[in-house]
Design a protein around this ligand. Structure first.
Ligand SMILES: [Zn+2]
Length: 436
């Protein structure tokens, strides 16, 4: 009897101990360390924006966090936080103390409530080496004369005193990136865009360094204002019936050809311009233009930046700007490359139909639209005058013609300048030569 009682006692004791250990294990022991994140994930800062620290403990919760900012041997700032049970997530915004220019370290230590490690818990350390820099870059101009036409292009060349994250010319809402060449200088082709009235906006060079410090610089320039043609276009039912079916897949549910025309002329046009802007980043820092651009022998049907009013059944129904020139000769005429370049786009481009875009470097590109056939493919290098395809009526075209554009960082500019040897010599080639 006594033996049985004794055995029962021991069994009970073992069960209680095991249960207790289980209770302790599940409630006070975890092996997962706290996770520390610091945003933004930058190595350079000017201290203008606070850092955001996010600390997460996937196990039993946080016990303690310690943040310090160290420069050289000196601890310049310390933040300590102790937590009550049950806190799994904590975040804070950390403003930097006064720092000297140069390297510093951000150290974070986070401890959880686990009783592992003799009660000390799981400990996470994060140390990030960063550079404090609040001195903006300085910009020195290498070109001093910039004669511009509204809707035309210009070239400015300059140096920046330090490594930059972004630089180029800003004009109103437009930004034209500059490209650094092996001589260290930045070369920026930009446009005084057709839709900005001279006097309303001034072009400025912008340079932003790795720590976010910005510098802007004006430059000597003169802009000639231009007036653009007004043109009226009649939309016939014949046009709607021949050209609209190709767009039915773009706007499913719109069956009325006139309604579809408005969607295409407004919404699809916008989408296509956004694609052209995106394609402009596929450019090389090597400039391949050697002389005037080759122009397909043909007659002008429509000019650059014509302001078009669209009429249907005698009523004005839409207005758009024609961002290019229309060149017509015979149907399915050969289309030569305006200059040596690389094919960066080849295929269907909505209202532009079958389209080829060539890159000539520094953001300069040429676009050939409404083609009936394409004879080059993306990635291919082409020579000046090489046949890219044949003219046609694909896309939103009235009659067989070539729609041709010269683009500067995705913005359509007046092609006439690029066909003009004097303009090119004075505004582009003489500047490039003077840098050698
Ligand atoms: Zn056109």
């Amino acid at each position: 009897m006594a033996v049985k009682f004794k055995r029962g006692f021991w069994i009970l004791l073992i069960l209680v101990l095991a249960g207790g250990l289980g209770f302790v294990y599940f409630n006070f022991v975890d092996k997962q360390k706290p996770v520390i994140e610091i945003y933004p994930e930058t190595a350079f800062t000017n201290g203008a924006e606070p850092f955001e620290l996010r600390i997460h403990d996937p196990g039993l919760g946080l016990r303690r966090v310690e943040i310090s900012v160290v420069q050289g041997q000196e601890v310049l700032k310390t933040v300590r936080e102790n937590f009550d049970p049950g806190v799994h997530d904590w975040k804070t915004r950390l403003n930097l103390p006064d720092l000297s220019q140069g390297e510093f370290e951000l150290r974070v230590l986070a401890v959880d409530r686990s009783i592992l490690n003799w009660g000390r818990g799981n400990v996470s350390h994060l140390s990030r080496q960063m550079t404090f820099d609040n001195v903006p870059p300085s910009i020195s101009l290498a070109t001093h004369v910039h004669n511009l036409n509204q809707g035309g292009a210009g070239l400015v060349i300059y140096t920046v005193s330090k490594e930059v994250e972004k630089t180029g010319v800003r004009l109103g809402g437009y930004f034209f990136p500059a490209y650094q060449k092996t001589d260290g200088r930045y070369y920026c082709l930009f446009s005084f865009a057709y839709d900005i009235a001279p006097g309303d906006e001034t072009p400025r060079i912008l340079a932003r360094d790795m720590a976010g410090n910005e510098q802007t610089s004006g430059f000597n320039h003169h802009v000639n204002s231009r007036s653009f043609r007004q043109a009226d276009l009649n939309i016939s039912d014949g046009f709607l019936h021949s050209q609209m079916p190709q767009f039915e897949n773009n706007f499913s549910g719109v069956s009325d050809p006139f309604e579809l025309f408005l969607k295409v002329n407004r919404d699809l046009r916008k989408q296509n311009r956004a694609s052209i802007m995106e394609i402009s980043s596929r450019t090389s820092s090597a400039f391949t233009l050697e002389g005037t651009m080759k122009r397909k022998p043909s007659a002008f049907m429509a000019g650059y930046a014509d302001h078009r009013s669209y009429y249907y059944q005698g009523e004005e129904v839409d207005q758009q700007v024609h961002l290019g020139v229309d060149l017509a000769s015979t149907a399915q005429a050969p289309v030569p490359a305006a200059e040596r370049g690389k094919v960066v786009f080849s295929g269907d481009l909505g209202i532009y139909g079958q389209t080829v875009i060539l890159d000539h470097g520094l953001g300069l590109q040429t676009l050939y639209a409404h083609l009936s056939s394409i004879e080059v493919s993306k990635g291919q290098d082409v020579e000046r005058g090489q046949q890219l395809g044949r003219t046609g009526t694909t896309g939103l075209a009235v009659g067989d013609h070539l729609h041709f554009e010269v683009l500067v960082s995705g913005i359509s500019v007046n092609p006439a300048e690029w066909w003009d040897g004097n303009w090119l010599e004075n505004n582009i080639f003489s500047k490039l030569r003077s840098m050698n």
